[in-house]
Design a binder for this molecule. Sequence first.
Ligand code: FAD
Length: 392
Amino acid sequence: QESCKYTGMVEDCCCDYETVNVLNEEVLNPLLQELVTTPFFRYFKAKLWCDCPFWPDDGMCRLRDCSVCECPENEFPETFRKPSNVLRKEDLMCQEGKPEAAVDRTLDKKVFRGWAEVDNPWTSDDETDNSEMTYVNLLLNPERYTGYTGPSARRIWDAIYSENCPRYASGEMCQEKKVLYKLISGLHASISVHIAADYLLDEATNTWGQNFDVMHDRVLRHPERVRNLYFTFLFVLRAVTKASDYLEQAEYDTGNHEDDLKTQSLLKQLLYNQKLRAACPLPFDEAKLWQGQSGPELKQQIQKQFRNISALMDCVGCEKCRLWGKLQVLGLGTALKTLLSVEGDNHLNQPLQLQLQRNEVIALLNLLNRLSESVKLVHEMAPSVDKIVGQV
Ligand code: FAD
């Protein structure tokens, strides 16, 4: 219990709030803001209609302000359309048959071998699931107030919290049991921050702006939510830095060489940033998890719960909310897979190679950007986050 108390460090993480704020404002946020505008990162592939597997459609689909503007075929990069770019599952299997792979360390070190088609065990949505997915330009569909509220929205959050990631008891020692709740609560806080930051202030004049009351009511006056937001940010940041080699070597081909060079350059600046590595080398230490006897069982259980949360996104009754819900849950699932499923999962006790789908990487970096924006907004709008998080 001692270790869970607020001490200046983000709970269960390895950096303090002040360092996070400085790094975010000076390094992460400016780079991420630019990165998500590149053609590679701004097109997300998603299945957007309602086919809720848990309860009948509650008729909330297609509310005003909710609908998403989909991209016409000729808009998104051609390379995204060609399946030839994607390695088949067999190509990603063991390379033992190839003599050079057995001894050549450079092959081992080359972590990226093409975008994967391998299912993410943490999520129910996969890029390769079916052909009925559409590409969406995220820049045209900002996450903001949509008017989606009432029983439909409440039902989703209730189902998430009550069935899939119950709030842990205040004396809970087991970090694994807390992780899922904290990640979801952090994401929920971030969604609320974006709603408050871009709110329809006056419907008659279509005036948009920051709504401080909403921000305060839903986030700032709940220190636990602010702490969970910082926790989620550091968790996802750790996943991105852990996947640095893979992400650096990945292909960002959109057919425009100049754009692609820019994407790679921004990513490199983010992944190998000296300031970040010096001030917060290990944002979250995943090696501490799953050490106990019940580790594997717990991991399975949490994975199942997270898959349910992912499936629940099909029940979100507002298209734009569903888009961002799906993207961010996929991003979290990608972070969970990167941090918790890559090593030690096979019985040979050898690290499994990280394999990511293109959509997973797009979701991961866009999620990090959303969280980074929320942390920045909370820091700006709260007189002192340190005071807020220290209250509990
Ligand atoms: P809600 O945010 O609905 O919260 C419900 C209950 O959950 C609260 O009463 C509280 O007990 C608990 N709670 C709230 N925040 C936290 C937290 N951080 N940690 C732990 N518990 C918490 N609306 C939009 O306008 N734009 C969007 O883009 C959007 N995206 C959404 C995406 C998803 C996946 C979902 C499920 C909903 C989305 N919504 C969106 C709706 C929005 O999240 C709210 O549900 C809605 O605005 C009503 O808010 P509320 O104040 O009733 O509380």
